[in-house]
Design a protein around this ligand. Structure first.
Ligand code: ZN
Length: 327
């Protein structure tokens, strides 16, 4: 079963989260493999998307936020888009768009940052928004301060956390065809709770960057975790091996159970079709006989025959005229 645990280092300004996605991850891979159009992910892309999925779960669990955390990479190589969405209750889904194929042995840069123009975006989309409220989004490039491409997703995200939260963060990520796992260690903010929207950006925190000895010691221990260990060992063994000299308090996992879930619906697809406009929808029907839209995340197919499609626009017109009548 997939699991996620949060913990604190007793008496030290350091916290951690560890995630191990098994069934949730293999479900994402299974659905992709059974999509006859796209087929299974290339191993290099699979591992990158798995690391993104583990990282997004860690970041969602690490903030106090009610809504969706969306981690995206907009690539300039064969991978055009990789996206992971994690809800507050750790329901998650992920997908990637590839054109053409990923070459065997491709690095992160070769997949998503071939011309050094790839971008990584983190979006916090609150569940309840006040009118006109836009989701918060932060974007970082896939190169370091000297313009050199970064070859590890963990380094891209550590950079992001330092910029947005002014907090030292260490991430270890790994994925294969069975497991997507990650460990996050973070220095606690001086006061209050940090969040990805940067509310803790303060002089005090900035001064502490790289200076906290307790954090530095624990970060070195965390960084010694090998990919193979993260993929094969259970959570208890990993924490014991890494931090056997530290005193750790673990939180009850509570309702935090990472699992695959897709929130696509026929209503949303219907909205998308009406968004295309009547003319375009009629063109598609004239050409193909119906409108079929597949969900990229779960593979579900939504089919609208000519009558369904016509009905969508009748409904849309009724809604518009009802709105007009009211004025
Ligand atoms: Zn879906």
């Amino acid at each position: 079963m997939s699991e996620l645990h949060k913990f604190l280092f007793d008496g030290l300004p350091v916290r951690g989260v560890i995630v191990r996605l098994t069934d949730a991850w293999t479900e994402i891979l299974r659905r992709r493999a059974s999509n006859s159009t796209s087929g299974a992910y290339a191993p290099e892309l699979r591992d990158m998307l798995g690391e993104m999925t583990a990282a997004a779960a860690l970041m969602q669990a690490n903030i106090k936020f009610d809504g969706a955390l969306v981690l995206q990479i907009f690539g300039d190589g064969p991978v055009k888009l990789a996206v992971v969405e994690v809800q507050s209750d750790l329901a998650l889904r992920a997908t990637a768009t590839v054109q053409p194929q990923v070459e065997p042995g491709s690095t992160l840069s070769q997949m998503v940052n071939a011309k050094n123009q790839g971008r990584c975006a983190i979006t916090l989309d609150p569940k309840t928004k006040f009118p006109g409220q836009q989701p918060y989004q932060g974007v970082v490039p896939l190169f370091d301060d000297h313009g050199h491409p970064i070859e590890k997703l963990s380094a891209v995200l550590e950079h992001y956390m330092l910029q947005s939260e002014q907090l030292d963060t260490t991430l270890v990520l790994a994925a294969d065809d069975k497991v997507a796992a990650g460990l996050l260690i973070q220095r606690l903010p001086m006061a209050g709770a940090g969040n990805l929207a940067g509310s803790m950006v303060s002089k005090e925190n900035e001064d502490q960057i790289g200076q906290n000895e307790s954090y530095n010691r624990i970060a070195i221990l965390a960084s010694s975790l090998k990919r193979e260990e993260l993929l094969t060992l259970d959570v208890d063994t990993i924490l014991r091996r890494l931090f056997w000299e530290e005193s750790i308090t673990r939180f009850e996992p509570g309702e935090l159970e990472p699992r695959f879930a897709c929130n696509c619906s026929r209503e949303r697809v219907a909205k998308m079709i009406t968004g295309l406009g009547r003319e375009e929808a009629e063109d598609i029907i004239a050409e193909r006989g119906d409108i079929e839209v597949g969900c990229e995340f779960c593979g579900l197919q939504y089919r609208f025959d000519p009558i369904d499609a016509a009905q969508l626009f009748v409904d849309a017109v009724q809604i518009v005229s009802a709105g007009t009548d009211a004025h």
